[in-house]
Structure formats: C-alpha cells, structure tokens
Design a binder for this molecule. Sequence first.
Ligand code: FEO
Ligand code: CA
Ligand code: CA
Ligand code: CA
Length: 598
Amino acid sequence: KPGRTDGARGLRFQAVAPNTADQVTVPAGYSQNVVIRWGEPILRGAPAFDSEKQTAAAQAGQFGYNNDFLSLLPLRGEHGRQVLVANHEYTDEVLMFRGYDAANPTREQVEIAWAAHGLSVVVVQEEHRSGKLSPVRRHPLNRRLHTTSEFELTGPVAGHALVQTSVDPAGRTVLGTLNNCAGGTTPWGTTLHGEENFNQYFANGSSATDKRYGIAAGATERKWERFDKRFDLAQEPNEAHRFGWVVELDPYDPESTPRKRTALGRFKHEAAQPRLTDDGRPVVYMGDDERFDYFYKFVSSKRMKKGGSRAAHAHNLTLLDEGTLYVAKISGDSPAAEIDGTGKLPNDGEFDGSGVWIPLATAGADGAVSHVPGMTAEEVFVFTRLAGDKVGATKMDRPEDVEPSPRSGRVYVALTNNSNRGKGTNPGADEANPRNLNKHGQILELAEHWDDPASDGFAWRLFLVAGDPNDPATYFAGFPKDRVSPISCPDNVAFDPYGNLWISTDGNALGTHDGLFGVATHGERRGELKQFLTVPRGAETCGPIIQDRRVLVAVQHPGELDGASVENPASVWPDGPGKVVRPSVVAVYRTDGGDIGV
Ligand code: FEO
Ligand code: CA
Ligand code: CA
Ligand code: CA
C-alpha cells in the first residue's frame, strides 16, 4: 500500500521530513481537504466571504479567525455527519485588513475582531467512503459565540463583588469569551474552552493582582478600550475578573447559554480535559500557559449520571460547579546536583519523581471553603495564581495542553518551552523542567497513585525532552534517537484509537515549520516519534483530532511573521497568490480510503 511503512499500529506512514514549504505537507499516500476557512458563512443569512468588504454583521454569521481547539461530536440520526466545535483564539488585524493602521483602528475593524473571536459550532458532512469533510451551512445546530454573546458565570464566584460591574451589578452575566486556546470534550457531551491570554484585551491595569495576570498599565495594542469602556480597567476594574475561566458549551442545545465555570479557577487556561473516577466523578486537568506557572486539577464532588435522559443531562451540567481545586507540587528523585540545566540525564537514567496535589479551595452547594491561609475561597478562585504562589506550587515551563490516555489513564502534559528558565534571578532547572533557557520543551507523563484520578499524589517521568535528536539534551522515552523525527515546542496533545499520543507544535525553534507528530506510548516502540504533517509559513498546528479514517488539524495564524501584512503576505495559503491568508481546518485521510496509519 502506498506510504505504508514500519511503525506501531496507527503510525504506519512514511514520516514527513522537516521543511519550510508554504503548504500542508502530508505523507505519501494521503490526501487533504480544507474543511472550513475563516469567513465561510455558517449561519442563515451570512454572506459569502469577501476580504475587501468584510463587516461585523457578516463575521458574526461566519467561521471565526485563528481556529485553535477542535472537537468532533457524534450527531445521531444524521448519517455521516458530526458536530465540529472550534475555538477562535485571537485576531491578526494586520493580516485581515488592507491598510490596517494599528494606531487608529476603526470601529468597524474592532467590531469585526470582536465577532471573529470566540467559538463556532458547525455540522460537518463526510464524503462517502472518504475522510473528506465539508461544512453543512445553515444547519440548526450551527452557532457562533463571540465577544458580545452572553455567558453565565456559575460556581463559587457567581454573583460575588469581585465580578460585579456597572453593566452587570448582579455579577452573573458576562458578554463574551476571549482568547479560547485549547479545550476538552466531556463524557456527558459538552465541550470545554480555556480562556488563555485574556490580559491583552484590558487597558490600564493597576492592582497587584492585575500585574500577576500580566495586565499592563497602559493602552492595549488592539485599542478596544476606545470602543467599549469595559476594556478599560480604570473605568471598569472588575471586568477582567470575568475572563480567564473555563467555558462549558452544550453544542447540542443551540439555545443554551454557555457557562464560565468558576470552580475551575482563574488563570491563563490553556486547556481542560476531564477523566472520570471509578465512581463517576469528573477530574479536570488544566495548565496555566505562562513561564513559571502551574499545573492544576479540579475534582468534582458530584457523579455523572448516565443514560442521556433530559434529567441526567441537566444534572451533568452542574458537575463542574462543586468540587476541589488542586495545584501540583512536583519533586525529582535524583540529587539536585545531577540536574545541571543542560538536559543531561541524571545517574538513575530518567527525569522522574513524585508529586502531591495541594488543595486550594472547595466549592460546595452551601458555599466555598479556602484551604489557603490568608485568602478567602472566592479570592482563591479569582486569583488562583496567587494561591499557587502561597502554597509553593512547582513553577513549570509553560503548561500547555493536557490529555489523559483513555487506555492507561496516564496524563500527558505538554510543557512547550521556557526561554527564561535559569536566566538572571529566575528559577533554574529542576528535574521536571531540566533545561535552562529551554527552547524546545518537554512532555511529562503523570500516573496518579492507584490510577485514581482523585488521588492526592502521583508519580511522574518525562516522556519526551524535545529537540533535534542529534542534540544530546533530548530524550524520546529511551527509544533509539536515530529513528525519530525532530520535534520542538509541543503544544496540543491528543490520542488516537490505538493509544498513540499525537502532538502538535507551536514555535518550532529548529528552523523548520510546525507540524503534527504521532508517538507510541507503550510497547517496544514507546518513544518512536514520527512526523505526520507540516503546516504553512508562520502557522502553528492546533486542535488535532485523530479518528480511524481522518486526522483533523486547525492551521492557526498562517502568515504570521514579523512585518507581514495583507499587502506584504508571508504566506498565500490556502487560497493562493492575491488572496488574504486564511486560518482553516484541514482534514487528512488516506487516498485509498483506509484507516490512518495501519
Ligand atoms: Fe494559546 Fe498556550 O497557546
Ligand atoms: Ca531521576
Ligand atoms: Ca496552545
Ligand atoms: Ca501555544
């Protein structure tokens, strides 16, 4: 069969070589199609995309910008169809608007950006006996949620003084979700969406807590504060407290109001991926993507109800409002002197050790309890980073996406890089973050005690220390390094049906383009990493989904390079020369219709 080569089941494809082609490059014997592009109409009445005549009203009915996390959910009763949910993390105005004047954006440009952020729900249809997917326009489940859509705050902080504003004195209704990066899919049929770098939208931060969250003192780059005073913290100081949450969306109910789940804490939420305990309680793993920030989990006190009845579903929509939020403290088992910051393996041959989950606060039906001296429970949930500081949580190399293996239960945490590790007065290397000036990142594999996700302790080891395999400071789970692909800056992680981990990258520091990789996590081939695709110039690879017959990726910010603009594009993907570059979702499938990688 074309392209079939050696590898673990699910990874039998000819690895794609690192390259700088301005295209999506896939293995021999595989084909691809663009499933949906920025601006494609998905709602009734939305016009076809015209980059020269874009309006906010048009954008509100069209697929948003910079697709990141993707989820595909089953759609019963409609043959060959699934529900695609996508995050639209942020906008690249200079690549969207001809002649964009960053010092003086127009109201229309700002309102287009508002409408291009947020979430999309769009039903997709597969082509007969192929992995190809295309959008079903005007399907009743299709939906856009953006910067002026209503979201409900739920859980311990809902209604609290810290989230009350002049427009919403009740502190329960927020307009918009921002910077939705990665996310997760729950076993009860909803999707979770991390609000990541929300700090960049708010001007005139002044408090110590604003500072800890990276909210700067002056004007913002986007200048939204000129068009809506809620983005000016000098006028509306609590508005930023209403962002930085995990959003839960019910994609099957187009009338539902998505909820911001405050029991999961407030930080730069990269992702949120749940797993159930043996007695049916969801445990959600979450990273805070910042250099030297923390890794968390939330353990619900409520059990998921099965069966899919209306009552069961209504109950399941309350699971993430009650439970305990924990932060990780991680210790190595090798002497500190053996961790020299170069990535050299310690004498026991592994970066590994143990960890404890430190409880921060518990939300219950009758109120919330703090476990952090000097902070109320509500303060812990709103200023979670400060709670992590107080309890001495482990400062990590930018925790990005996280995925528990559906087979082994082990949890894989992408730590993308940390150029400041060991620099100046910053913390130096530790066993879990073993390289100073860490350019390429690592993946940590966490095993809860007794394989119980609610456990208060865990064992861990580094599964992958990324980089060029010829670099002695790299590690591929002990697999021979002459047989693996180079990889740099792991960001999103997902599992295929065979238990292989798939990793997409953002920020490849090896001089070639970002891409998607598959790696075996068990058996003799554990650590055999193979590149499956590469993305166009300036793009990062996001949202991977690996199904039997297709791989789905979100190609985010193609053409985003210094000095690039509509007039001076760095990429012409996917529509070719003379057209604006468009972030898009791509499906990759075997040309002969077979299963991926077998
Ligand atoms: Fe939006 Fe942490 O990547
Ligand atoms: Ca060790
Ligand atoms: Ca990310
Ligand atoms: Ca990233």
